[in-house]
Every structure is written in structure tokens, then in C-alpha cells.
Design a protein around this ligand. Structure first.
Ligand SMILES: Cc1cc2nc3c(=O)[nH]c(=O)nc-3n(C[C@H](O)[C@H](O)[C@H](O)COP(=O)(O)O)c2cc1C
Length: 363
């Protein structure tokens, strides 16, 4: 089989020149108002010229109470559009990456300090705020979240739609609905965090209902010429929790609603999760969902060996590869992978002369 990492692919309405995605990574670098700062311009601007075909912005809160920390990026207010648009506009240059954004609500895991300040829970009045979950079942060791009633669920659905409209105005090419890592929409899916006994809880069908409803409304409002996907935790890694078989059922339903891809991460719903971490440890989740739900997938998690990343694609276990920490460690990861795999790619004109094959050219 030929190498695939540097082959083009279509994701929804997007033509991508290769299969490399910069995974969403929270920067905790707003000043408390959810607005993008110069840090974000530097960070995403740099990644937009990394050679990755797609850069997905970090979890961006659709409501202030949906932030993980007080310093998270937000998209709940029109005043936040300008800062996001500035970065997207910067990225829109020849050979720049397509830009996506992850719409997020942190649910019962909201209101904590940034990781480098300890990551501890912040209570209302101490820099934190009241938190909301699918039900009032707390994350172990944390305060109980408030369970939203029907009116409140409708308000949250409207907040997702308003955030989507802002993402469109900012010019994003792709929206990813964050449904992973024990955050709000994931709280509905997992039996660990959803103890509701109304239409939004109970059996698998009930637990899928609210996240599916949100996805359906976003799809109806998002242009077909762009892409709309979702990130899920493919398993809770806990006995009695959400399983990869549940993920397949969810992915089939998402496909029927017009979902362009499912990105397969895992875990986050329980501190009891048992994960054996190693290169490609989440790839089986992507492979099973791709095969059994027949939907494009993005694999992620310790895939920064270029041969491994390429093999995942060649085996048919995913359609794209997301790289997280490997991109922070080496923002030219894609260039090096291209050299290793003997592929071809386009880079910014300003950087052309650094390429090993070009260094000896006359000035
Ligand atoms: C600093 C940092 C921030 C992250 N923030 C997010 C986030 O905002 N949304 C998300 O879905 N995953 C987030 N993740 C998880 C990554 O997207 C990725 O799934 C994970 O790091 C595994 O991939 P890797 O081994 O290539 O780093 C974050 C990871 C890191 C290291």
C-alpha cells in the first residue's frame, strides 16, 4: 500500500492536502474574559504554518460556566469574535492550514484552576462558579453539579447555536463538538455521570438523546461547504461505564444526522479509569467505530512516530491523525514526518529556503 499521511482527503466540505491535524489543546491563556490574546495568535499562527492540514482550536466555552478554568477561551459573547477572527484571518494565507474550533462546555468538571496553578476545584466566591452536569451526580471529590431542567437545557442548546454562529462569523472552516473527557455532553452519554430518569437519561437511547439533539441543531445551521464533527471518549475505561460498542451506536446515529467525522479520544468520566497508555493506545477505538459505523474518524494519542501514524491510515484504522503534545514539542513535526516518509508538502514561501533540499540554492 502507498503511504497515506501526505495524501489529500476530503472532510465534509473541506479539501485537505494531507491527513495531519493539530489536536485541540487548551492554552488557559485568556485574561479572564474568554477573549483570545497575543498568546493565541502566536500559538495558532505558528501552527497554521506547521504543514498540518487542519488546526483545531482548543475547547472554547459556549457559556462562562462551561469553562474548565477562569482563563479558558470563550465564544459566548459577540465581543469574543474579533480576537478569534484575527487569528483565522492570519491563517488564511497560501499553504496555511484550515482552522477549526472545538465548542465546549465543561459540565461537572468546570471551575478549576489552570493546571500550572494546581488544577484544584475553585468554589463560588473563591474565583469559581456553580457547575452544571447532566444530573446532580458529582465527579468524585468535587461538589455536586446542578441538574438542568427542560427550560435550562433549551437555553444551553441556544448557547451552542449562538456559539456556532460566532464561529461562522469568525471564519472557522470546521466546528468540532466536544463530547469527550467527562465534560457536559459526555456527562449525558456516560451512565457514570447521567443518573437522570427523564427522557434525557436512563437507557442508552435516552443518554444519547441530548447530545444528538445538539448535534442535529448545529448541523442544520452549519454550512455544508465547511465541516462539522465531534470528539468523543470512545470508552470510559471503567467496568459498567461507556463502551466502544456504545460509541459505535452513537456514531451510527451521528452519521444519520450528517456528521462529517468522529474523533476518538477516551476517558475522563471517572478517576477509577484503568488505561494502559502506549503508542497508538486509542487507535482500536477509532478502528472499530470507523469499521462498524462506516464514518470517517480521526485517531489521536501517542501517534507521533511518523511510520506509526502512516500505518494507522494504511491499515484503514482512521482517516486522519491528530497530534497533540508532539506538535507543541516540535511544531515542525509535519515537515520531519514528510522527510521520513519521503512525501511532498507545501510550506509558506517565507520558509522555503530552510528545506534541506533547498539550502544550497544560490541567494
Ligand atoms: C496541553 C493540552 C491541552 C489539551 N486540551 C484539550 C482540549 O482543549 N480539548 C480536547 O479535546 N483535548 C485536549 N487535550 C487532549 C489532546 O487533544 C490529545 O487528545 C491528547 O494530548 C493525546 O494526544 P497526543 O498523545 O498526541 O498528545 C489536551 C492535551 C494537552 C496536552
Amino acid at each position: 500500500m502507498p503511504d497515506l499521511l501526505f495524501e489529500p482527503v476530503t472532510l465534509g466540505g473541506l479539501e485537505l492536502p494531507n491527513r495531519i491535524v493539530v489536536s485541540p489543546m487548551a492554552q488557559y491563556s485568556s485574561e479572564g474574559d474568554g477573549k483570545a490574546t497575543d498568546w493565541h495568535l502566536m500559538h495558532y499562527g505558528n501552527l497554521s504554518v506547521s504543514g498540518a492540514a487542519l488546526v483545531v482550536f482548543e475547547a472554547t466555552a459556549i457559556l462562562p460556566e462551561g469553562r474548565v478554568s477562569p482563563r479558558c477561551l470563550g465564544i459566548w459573547d459577540d465581543a469574543q469574535i474579533e480576537g478569534l477572527k484575527r487569528i483565522v484571518d492570519f491563517a488564511r494565507r497560501p499553504n496555511g492550514a484550515k482552522m477549526g474550533i472545538q465548542l465546549a462546555h465543561a459540565g461537572r468538571k468546570a471551575s478549576v484552576a489552570p493546571p500550572w496553578q494546581g488544577g484544584d476545584a475553585l468554589l463560588p466566591g473563591e474565583g469559581g462558579w456553580e457547575i452544571w452536569g447532566a444530573s446532580d451526580c458529582p465527579y468524585p471529590g468535587r461538589v455536586a453539579p446542578i441538574m438542568p431542567d427542560a427550560d435550562h437545557l433549551e437555553n444551553i442548546a441556544q448557547a451552542y447555536l449562538s456559539a456556532l454562529r460566532r464561529a461562522e462569523l469568525a471564519g472557522f472552516d470546521l466546528v468540532e463538538l466536544h463530547c469527550a473527557h467527562g465534560y457536559f455532553l459526555n456527562n449525558f452519554l456516560s451512565p457514570i455521570s447521567n443518573t437522570r430518569n427523564d427522557e434525557w437519561g436512563g437507557d442508552l437511547e435516552g443518554r444519547l438523546r441530548y447530545p444528538l439533539e445538539i448535534f442535529r441543531r448545529l448541523r442544520a445551521a452549519w454550512p455544508q461547504t465547511r465541516a462539522l464533527g465531534i470528539r468523543i471518549s470512545g470508552t470510559d475505561w471503567v467496568e459498567g461505564g461507556w463502551t466502544v460498542e456504545d460509541s459505535v451506536v452513537f456514531a451510527r446515529a451521528l452519521k444519520a444526522e450528517g456528521c462529517d467525522y468522529v474523533a476518538l479520544s477516551s476517558g475522563g468520566s471517572s478517576p477509577d479509569q484503568k488505561i494502559t497508555v502506549g503508542p497508538g493506545y486509542q487507535v482500536p477505538l477509532s478502528a472499530q467505530v470507523r469499521r462498524e459505523a462506516d464514518i470517517p474518524t480521526i485517531a489521536v494519542g501517542m501517534l507521533s512516530e511518523p511510520e506509526l501514524a502512516n500505518d494507522v491510515l494504511v491499515r484503514g484504522d482512521a482517516d486522519l491523525i491528530a497530534i497533540g503534545r508532539g506538535m507543541l514539542f516540535n511544531p515542525r513535526w509535519a515537515w520531519h514526518a514528510c522527510q521520513t516518509l519521503d512525501g511532498t508538502m507545501r510550506v509558506a514561501d517565507q520558509y522555503l529556503r530552510c528545506h534541506p533540499s533547498m539550502r544550497n540554492l544560490p541567494r
